[in-house]
Ligand binder design. Sequence first.
Ligand code: DX5
Ligand code: ZN
Length: 218
Amino acid sequence: MSQRKTIVAPSILACDFSRLGAEVERVSAAGADWIHCDVMDGHFVDNISFGPAFVEAVSRHTSLPLDVHLMIQRPDEYIPRFLPFASSITSHLEADHDVSKTLAGIRAAGLLAGLAISPATPVEDVRPLLGQFDILLVMTVVPGFGGQAFLPAMLDKIRLAATWRDAEGLDFEIEVDGGINAATAANSVSAGANLLVAGTSIFRAADVAGEIARLREF
Ligand code: DX5
Ligand code: ZN
């Protein structure tokens, strides 16, 4: 299996929103590679988080790439509003959109295009779209809330996607999101993931830099 650089992306959903700037600066200084921004609309998932103005505020406190994860029903309507601040935008296969068109539009704007699948969606469903995305996000919890437990059954999806990537000589990151800590990161990376999103484990850590470094070791 190809050896890829492990990327650690703290999810700001788990930060103290009342101190947003300081929190973004804290994880940036502690060695984060990317900052993960979870956008939720109250329709696609049963939670409302934040929108483009918040992501713009994040961008003013870091020079790190912003990885925008859209858990929204109609991604196409809102993607243009995130383009100025994001370096990657990921939408869900289960949302209402022409997925190929969405991915192509994000790439045409010069960003990395991501495709996410929720736990109930088989990874086989993304196979016809191989080559059209730069990031495959395998959700390791049901999207909507931080602080949930990692679903080990998702590891098989990662293994299969990594097999396709290697067999077909493709180049995309495999991202995991939900319940990532040192133990679940190790299992995810051995399965083939290399882009690790972690909210609770990073923002609640006594030693944030140590936690980020520990995740990156895998
Ligand atoms: C869940 C979000 C995640 C979440 C991860 O819907 O997509 O990014 O913030 O949080 P933890 O790491 O606490 O599971
Ligand atoms: Zn996320």
